[in-house]
Ligand binder design. Structure first.
Ligand SMILES: Cc1ncc(C[n+]2csc(CCOP(=O)(O)OP(=O)(O)O)c2C)c(N)n1
Ligand SMILES: [Mg+2]
Length: 352
């Protein structure tokens, strides 16, 4: 190896060693470790849900595997309990990043009356918390975009400043009517809202080329009067840097931004799907190389934030926590039959 190749990485203008990426972004070692553990917790809950589905205990499973860096990177950029967050069904890791727990998610998945999202009323994936300003979405793809834009319009009408809403969706949603209607209004009024597209190249079995007419969703932004930015969605730091700037811009009256985070859906769309029927085996194998958890782990080990042994112990304790949460959630009695029509529009209780 030549002398020059052995020289440690330097900043050539000042000759100072280059600061690690997280310190450049103002993130502490502890924040990075917490995000890595949170992403692993999301993956562990995800794994558990597939098992519970096989056991007939979780009726619906929708995976966040492969999207964790996007959701935790955005979690850093959101002022929790202040900004409004309008997620979509794939945002389980985001719910954890904002402060929900493994138990909250398991109660939700198992339809228990103590489910904090909806008291067991909603299909899994409708994350919700008043305290976290996490707004329950609708199952109809793209329809929640108008909710996020409506919130931003409400801030404008009521004169609330230094606040933004942020909404999440897949690239398939950008072909829905509600998406166009919502993002148009945001552009027309330059509202304080950030649009985060989690582009995993598939809408269930439909590949990108058949659902989106352009290679990059971000280019659509130009037609709605806002900037569009493309980010590597497996790089938590790139996501944070971009979304932090977009949120700052929105909160300070600069208008909306469309951020496209490119990633991979590492698993089938849901427990009703088998992606081996439409994805080539080599594509499925190759995308495992782009696992965002492995990417952040490599960074953490490289910068001596954690040793491999510490990581192994952390993983063990996360699994233990998810095991305990599963047992706790499983022991909660199911809602009584008499409550079947509770909280439904048009019922006596609701009308009273
Ligand atoms: C209006 C509407 N059409 C179809 C569906 C069925 N559906 C649920 S998720 C989904 C795929 C959406 O893909 P994308 O927006 O790329 O998000 P991803 O699931 O890939 O994260 C479809 C077609 C639906 N829920 N609502
Ligand atoms: Mg998609």
């Amino acid at each position: 190896m030549s002398q020059s190749m052995e020289t440690p990485s330097t900043n050539h203008t000042s000759e100072q060693p280059t600061l690690p990426r997280h310190l450049q972004l103002g993130l502490s070692d502890e924040q990075v470790i917490a995000a890595l553990c949170g992403m692993q917790r999301a993956r562990e809950v995800d794994d558990r849900l597939w098992v519970l589905s096989r056991q007939g205990k979780a009726h619906f499973v929708i995976t966040s595997a492969g999207h964790e860096a996007i959701q935790f990177g955005c979690g850093w950029a959101i002022r929790v309990g202040h900004d409004y967050v309008v997620p979509y069904y794939r945002d389980m890791a985001l719910a954890l990043a904002l402060g929900q727990t493994s138990l909250d998610l398991l109660l939700h998945a198992m339809g228990k009356p103590t489910d904090p999202a909806s008291g067991g009323r909603q299909m899994f994936g409708h994350f919700s918390s008043r305290k976290l300003r996490l707004v329950s979405g609708s199952s109809s793809v793209g329809s929640h975009i108008v909710h996020a834009v409506g919130l931003a319009l409400a801030f404008r009408i009521t004169g609330e400043t230094d606040i933004a809403s942020i909404t999440f969706f897949g690239e398939g949603a950008t072909s829905e009517g509600a998406w166009h209607e919502g993002i148009s209004i945001a552009g027309v009024h330059q509202l304080p809202v950030v649009f985060v597209c989690e582009n995993n190249s598939y809408a269930i079995s439909v590949p990108l080329k058949k659902e989106v007419p352009v290679p990059d969703v971000a280019t659509k932004a130009a037609g709605y009067g806002m900037p569009g930015v493309i980010v590597d969605g497996t790089d938590i730091f790139a996501v944070y840097e971009t979304v932090r700037a977009a949120m700052k811009r929105a909160r300070s009256g600069g208008g909306p931004t469309l951020v496209e985070c490119k990633t991979h859906r590492l698993r089938p769309h849901s427990n009703s799907d088998d992606h081996t029927k439409y994805r080539p085996a080599d594509e499925i194998a190759a995308m495992q190389e782009h696992d965002p958890i492995q990417r952040l782990l490599a960074y953490v080990v490289e910068h001596n934030l954690m040793t491999q042994e510490e990581w192994d112990a952390a993983r063990q304790s996360i699994r233990q926590e998810v095991n305990e949460a599963t047992t706790t959630a499983d022991r909660v009695p199911d809602p009584p039959l008499e409550s079947l029509f509770a909280h439904l529009y048009g019922t006596e209780e609701h009308d009273a």
